[in-house]
Design a protein around this ligand. Structure first.
Ligand code: B1M
Length: 212
């Protein structure tokens, strides 16, 4: 569909204003929100990702594309939330300490809110203690950690250890995800749940909250 291609192409060029307008147009035309997200925004971001990997584009281009992605995604957020119901649980989410990537984390947050969960967004570069505080002070039932770097994914194990040290490990579930994270890694560090994408993360969080 050409409007989705237009979103993808303009996102790759970093044209945030145009992306925002096109996303609004796609919404007004009644295209499913999930399709706009996956075939427009995510498709463009994944092409930029490949080009970045192959040194065809560099950090500045990626940054403006990420900004365009976030501006388009912000329009979809209330629509995903509208599809949800009253809060079915409370979670905190953050990109781990040392890691500034937040596009995937924001998507997971968006999907979770769309499922009716209350999400405390701790941002990026989040030290383990901040997650522990969110559980203790805000009653979060799940700690959600995102990491995009092989050099930062190890911080997830620190989060598990911090929960044990704080005596709250049996009261909270720990979910992990992000491009370098795997099911095996999740088991190895003693976390509770790994999912490969934002939508599955939201489904899993709803289940875990319901069971807690
Ligand atoms: Co960075 N970067 N980056 N980067 N960047 C990657 C990750 C990289 C793979 C690129 C590459 O070299 N091929 C590479 C990591 C290599 C590695 O560790 N093996 C890399 C690097 C090296 C770096 C720097 C070190 C570069 C440098 O400075 N030399 C630097 C690190 C800065 C830091 O964090 N301290 C850096 C910086 C940046 C930018 C700032 C320029 C920018 C981030 C902008 C931002 O986030 N606001 C950026 C970007 C955009 C990328 C790529 C191109 C795209 C990442 C992305 O947003 N993908 C990426 C290359 C690539 O992926 N091909 C790359 C889209 C996003 C939707 O996917 O976050 O994986 P993702 O989320 C997915 C799933 O993983 C899942 O759901 C989402 C989809 O449904 N998911 C979860 C995510 N979190 C989850 C949590 C869950 C469950 C599922 O449960 C809790």
């Amino acid at each position: 569909m050409s409007i989705l291609n237009d979103i993808s192409e303009n996102l790759q060029k970093g044209k945030a204003k145009v992306v925002k307008e096109l996303v609004q147009q796609a919404i007004d035309e009644g295209l499913p929100v999930k399709q706009i997200l996956e075939e427009g925004l995510l498709s463009g971001m994944s092409i930029i990702g490949e080009k970045f990997k192959n040194n065809e584009v560099f950090v500045p281009e990626v940054l403006v594309a990420a900004r365009a992605m976030n501006m388009g995604a912000a329009l979809l957020k209330p629509l995903l939330a509208d599809a949800g119901v009253a809060a079915t649980g409370k979670v905190c989410i953050g990109t781990v300490k040392g890691d500034l990537h937040d596009i995937g984390k924001n998507l997971v947050k968006m999907m979770m809110e769309g499922k009716g969960l209350e999400v405390v967004d701790l941002g990026t570069d989040v030290p383990p203690e901040k997650h522990i505080d969110a559980v203790k002070n805000e009653g979060c039932q799940i700690i959600c950690c995102s990491a995009l770097l092989t050099t930062t994914m190890g911080v997830m194990e620190d989060v598990v250890k911090a929960a044990e040290a704080a005596g709250i490990r049996d009261k909270v579930k720990i979910m992990v995800g992000g491009a370098p994270v795997t099911e095996a890694f999740c088991k190895q560090i003693g976390a509770d749940k790994y999912t490969s994408d934002a939508a599955s993360a939201a489904d899993a969080a709803v289940e875990l909250c319901a069971a807690s």
